[in-house]
Design a protein around this ligand. Structure first.
Ligand SMILES: [Zn+2]
Ligand SMILES: [Zn+2]
Length: 758
C-alpha cells in the first residue's frame, strides 16, 4: 500500500531513472544510474524511514540487467502488459498520525473533518465494489473531488496520491444525527458530534456508523445504560468490546504489556483481550464471567472527534441483533436497530462490505487471532508453493471463514459467522462471489469439511464442474498451523476442539494426529463417550455431564446418588430422566471425543452455569476462576492397545473432581487442577507420539486452545520437554482457521509447483 509512490519519490530524490510495477510476485523496480546511488536506494528502501508506513518487505533481491534503452526519468507503471490495472485491494486501516494532526490543525482545510484519510489510512476493502481498485469502483464514486482534493490525488509527491477515498468537507461525505426513526436531529458536523457525545454521557444508546458497519455505543462506566443495551440487544451474557482514545486510558482499566500496546496502536487497530484490573470502574455487566476486557482504540476520525468531547470509554458492540450479520446500511440500521438505539450517528459514505472488528489475545506472549476481519482481510497469507489451479475452501459452519488459493496466495475471507442463521448463510454466498471477483479466482478445485450436514459442505458439493476434496476437520486445523509456518509436515498435531466430524462418523474433538498437508493418521484421542441430543449437546451441559459421570462410575451410578449435583445443573427432574434414558437406550446419541464438552460439564458441576448462551461461555467461565498458583492435577490414563489408537481415559479425573466437590475444595482450585490435568494429558499423548514416530514438532490448534491458561501451560510443558511447538498466528485456532487448512491440504494434494518457489 503506497509502495510504488514511495519507490518513485526515493528514486527521484536520488536522481535515478527507471520504472516500478506490481505483479503477483510483488514489486519490481528497474533502476538506471550510478552504482553508489543504486546501493543507497536499496539501503534506504529497506530502512524504516524509506519504506511507507504500512509496507513490510519480506524479501528483497537485486540483480544486474543489461541496459536496452536509456531511461530519462522514473515512472510508475499502473497496468500490466495486457493493459489490466495492477492496483490491489488492501485492508481497511486506522487513521494515521499525519491525518490526525491535520484534523486538529485549524489552518488545514480538513480541520475537524470526520472522513480525513490518506494513502496510509482509511477505508479500502469495505468500500470496494469491484476491481480495479479505483475511485469509480468504490462507494466514493458519488462524491466528486473538489479542486484541492484532486490536486493532491494526482500529485505523486503528495501523501494522498491515488488515495481513492480522499475527500474534504466541501466535496466528501457528511455526518448527521437522527432519532431512532431516521428524523434528522442535526446535520451540522460540530453539532452532530457535540449532541451525540451529550447523549452518550447521559446514558443513551447511540448507533454509530464506522468503517465496516454500525456499532452500538453506550457509556461503559454507566451500569444502567449497559444493562439497558443488553436487554435491548437480546445479548444477555456475551462480553462487550470497548473503545477508548488512548493507551493511557486503557491502563486505568486493564493490565497492558508493551506488546499489547503495540498491537492496539497498530494500523489494523484490532480489539485486544487484556486482563482486567481489580476494582476498575467499568460497569460489571460489560464483561461478566470472564477475566478479560476487550479493548480497541479509536480507528476513524469520527471516533476521535467524539472522544474529544469528554468521553472516556464506550462499549462498542457490533450493530446487530444476537447472531445476525453486522448491519452496515443506513436504512437497515434504522429498521433493525430502531428499537435498540436511541439515536443514530450516521453518514452518507456507503459501506459496501460489512467487516467486523478483529479480535486478538496473547498466547505464549505472542498475538493470536480469535477473529480475523477488519484491518487484516483481504491481505493474503503467502505460501512457499504456487498452486497450479485456483482453489476454493468452504470452511466450517461455525465461525465460518472461506478461503481462496491463487498462485502462492491464500486469501481468507473475513469472519462470516455461524451459517445456521439464514441471513448469515446468504451473506456467505454473496461474500464468496464478491471475493472471487476481487481476486479474479476461477476455482476448479473445491475443498470442504467431511460433515455431511454442514451447510458449507452442501454448498461446496453443489458447485458444478469442480473436483471436490473433503478434509477432516481436525486435520484442517493442524494443516492451518503447518501452512502458516511454511511447513508441510509430518508433525505431531494436537487438536483440542469442540466438535468435528470424524472419518468413522463419530464426533471428534480431542485428537492426536500424525499429520502432514498430504495425509494424516489418528494416533490417539480422548476415549469416546455418548452425547445425547444432537445440537442441544453443545448448549446444555447436563448432557455431557451425565454421560461422563455414567461412564466414570459405571454400574455404581444412579440418578438418586448424584441428585445433589445433577439437580443444580438441571432442576427439571423429568428432563434429567429423559436425557438419562436417551443415554441408556442410545436414542439420538452419538459417540464423541469432544474436549469442549468436557469443559462444559466440569464448569456446570462447579456451579458456573448450565448452558452455553454463547459459544464457549462455560469454558470461559471455568478458565476465569482459575487460581493459577495451584500446580496439582488429577489422574488420567493413556490406554495403548494394538487394534485402536491410543485412548485418553479421564474417568479417574471425573471421580476425583466429584470427591473434591464433596470435600468442599474451592472451585478455583478444582478448575486449576482440571486444566493442569488436560495439559498434562495432551503432553503425554505428544510424548507417546514422539516415541512412536521420532517426530519432535508439535502443532496445536482447535477451539479449546482459545483457552489461554491451557494453551500457555501446554506450550510451556512441551518446550521444557524439548518439543518445538507451533501455534496459529495468522488465523484463529478456532473454526475461523479451518478454511485456511482445507485450502492448504487441497494445494498439496493437487501438487503445488515448487519451481515457482518465492
Ligand atoms: Zn492518513
Ligand atoms: Zn475536497
Amino acid at each position: 500500500m503506497g509502495f510504488r509512490p514511495a519507490v518513485y519519490r526515493l528514486a527521484r530524490s536520488l536522481e535515478l531513472s527507471g520504472i516500478v510495477y506490481n505483479d503477483t510476485k510483488g514489486v519490481t523496480v528497474e533502476l538506471q544510474g550510478e552504482a553508489e546511488k543504486i546501493a543507497e536506494f536499496l539501503a534506504r528502501l529497506q530502512s524504516d524511514a524509506g519504506k511507507p508506513p504500512l509496507a513490510e518487505i519480506t524479501s528483497c533481491n537485486a540483480v544486474d540487467m543489461p541496459v536496452i534503452e536509456s531511461e530519462a526519468e522514473f515512472v510508475i507503471e499502473t497496468s500490466d502488459s495486457h493493459g489490466a490495472p495492477l492496483s490491489q485491494v488492501t485492508a481497511d486501516i486506522a487513521t494515521c498520525r499525519d491525518c490526525l494532526a491535520e484534523m486538529a490543525d485549524k489552518g488545514d482545510f480538513r480541520c475537524g473533518y470526520p472522513f480525513i484519510n490518506c494513502t496510509n489510512c482509511g477505508p479500502r476493502y469495505s468500500i470496494v465494489k469491484t476491481i480495479p481498485y479505483d475511485r469509480p469502483n468504490t462507494t466514493m464514486s458519488v462524491f466528486e473531488m473538489c479542486g484541492k482534493c484532486a490536486a493532491q490525488y494526482t500529485d505523486v509527491n503528495d501523501r494522498r496520491f491515488h488515495a481513492q477515498p480522499v475527500a474534504c468537507a466541501s466535496c466528501g461525505p457528511q455526518i448527521r444525527l437522527t432519532d431512532n426513526t431516521g428524523g434528522t436531529i442535526t446535520a451540522q458536523t460540530e453539532e452532530v458530534i457535540a449532541e451525540a457525545a451529550k447523549l452518550l454521557l447521559a446514558g443513551k444508546i447511540v448507533a454509530i456508523k464506522g468503517i465496516g458497519g454500525f456499532h452500538l455505543a453506550v457509556d461503559a462506566l454507566n451500569s444502567r445504560a449497559v444493562q439497558r443495551l443488553r436487554r435491548r440487544k437480546k445479548r444477555d451474557h456475551k462480553p462487550f468490546a470497548m473503545m477508548t482514545d488512548s493507551i493511557e486510558r486503557i491502563k486505568e482499566y486493564a493490565i497492558l504489556s508493551r506488546a499489547a500496546g503495540r498491537l492496539l496502536s497498530s494500523p489494523q487497530s484490532p480489539i485486544v483481550l487484556l486482563p482486567k484490573k481489580p476494582d476498575s470502574s467499568i460497569a460489571p455487566s460489560v464483561a461478566e464471567g470472564v477475566d478479560t476486557y476487550g479493548f480497541m482504540l479509536c480507528y476513524t476520525p469520527l471516533h476521535y472527534l467524539l472522544f474529544a468531547r469528554n468521553i472516556k470509554v464506550l462499549v462498542m458492540t457490533s450493530g446487530n441483533i444476537s447472531d445476525e450479520p453486522l448491519i452496515c446500511k443506513n436504512d437497515k440500521a434504522l429498521e433493525r436497530l430502531g428499537d435498540v438505539a436511541d439515536a443514530f450517528l450516521m453518514h452518507d459514505r456507503e459501506i459496501y462490505r460489512q467487516v467486523d472488528d478483529s479480535i486478538l489475545h496473547f498466547v505464549d506472549e505472542q498475538p493470536a487471532f480469535l477473529r480475523r476481519a477488519r484491518g487484516y482481510v483481504p491481505t493474503p497469507i503467502l505460501m512457499k508453493k504456487s498452486c497450479r489451479q485456483d482453489i476454493f475452501a468452504a470452511g466450517a459452519d461455525l465461525k465460518n471463514t472461506f478461503c481462496f488459493a491463487k498462485q502462492n496466495q491464500l486469501i481468507c475471507s473475513e469472519h462470516i459467522g455461524d451459517l445456521e442463521d439464514a441471513e448469515v448463510y446468504h451473506h456467505y454466498i454473496d461474500s464468496i462471489e464478491h471475493l472471487r471477483g476481487l481476486f479474479e479466482v476461477e476455482p476448479k478445485i473445491v475443498a470442504c469439511d467431511l460433515h455431511p450436514g454442514y451447510l458449507s459442505t452442501r454448498y461446496a458439493l453443489s458447485v458444478p464442474d469442480v473436483k471436490i476434496i473433503q478434509v477432516q476437520h481436525h486435520w484442517a486445523h493442524i494443516a492451518s498451523v503447518l501452512v502458516e509456518h511454511g511447513l508441510e509436515g509430518p508433525v505431531i498435531g494436537l487438536a483440542a476442539d469442540g466438535t468435528g466430524y470424524g472419518t468413522d462418523g463419530a464426533i471428534w474433538g480431542c485428537e492426536c494426529l500424525i499429520a502432514s498437508l498430504e495425509k494424516f493418521e489418528r494416533f490417539g484421542h480422548l476415549s469416546y463417550y455418548d452425547l445425547a441430543g444432537g445440537d442441544k449437546a453443545g448448549k446444555e451441559a447436563i448432557r455431557p455431564a451425565l454421560s461422563l459421570l455414567k461412564q466414570a462410575y459405571g454400574g455404581k451410578f444412579t440418578l438418586e446418588e448424584f441428585d445433589w449435583l445433577l439437580s443444580r445443573i438441571e432442576p427439571d427432574k423429568s428432563r434429567l430422566e429423559m436425557v438419562s434414558e436417551q443415554l441408556e437406550k442410545g436414542v439420538n446419541c452419538v459417540e464423541t471425543s469432544s474436549l469442549g464438552r468436557v469443559f462444559d460439564a466440569v464448569a456446570a458441576m462447579l456451579g458456573l452455569g448450565s448452558c452455553n448462551h454463547f459459544d464457549a461461555q462455560l469454558p470461559m467461565a471455568l478458565e476465569a476462576i482459575i487460581k493459577s498458583s495451584i500446580e496439582e492435577s488429577y489422574d488420567f490414563e493413556l490406554i495403548n492397545t494394538a487394534e485402536k489408537p491410543l485412548q485418553l481415559d479421564l474417568d479417574q479425573m471425573m471421580r476425583q473432581i466429584i470427591d473434591d466437590i464433596q470435600n468442599d475444595r474451592p472451585p478455583a482450585a478444582i478448575s486449576a487442577k482440571f486444566h493442569n490435568t488436560i495439559a498434562a494429558a495432551l503432553m503425554q499423548m505428544a510424548i507417546a507420539a514422539r516415541e512412536s514416530t521420532k517426530l519432535n514438532t508439535v502443532a496445536l490448534s482447535g477451539g479449546v486452545f482459545c483457552n489461554r491458561y491451557l494453551a500457555n501451560r501446554l506450550i510451556k510443558l512441551l518446550k521444557k520437554d524439548g518439543f518445538s511447538v507451533l501455534f496459529n498466528r495468522d488465523v484463529p485456532s478456532n473454526d475461523g482457521g479451518i478454511s485456511l487448512g482445507q485450502a492448504a491440504v487441497a494445494v498439496c494434494l493437487m501438487g503445488g509447483d515448487p519451481s515457482l518457489l518465492l
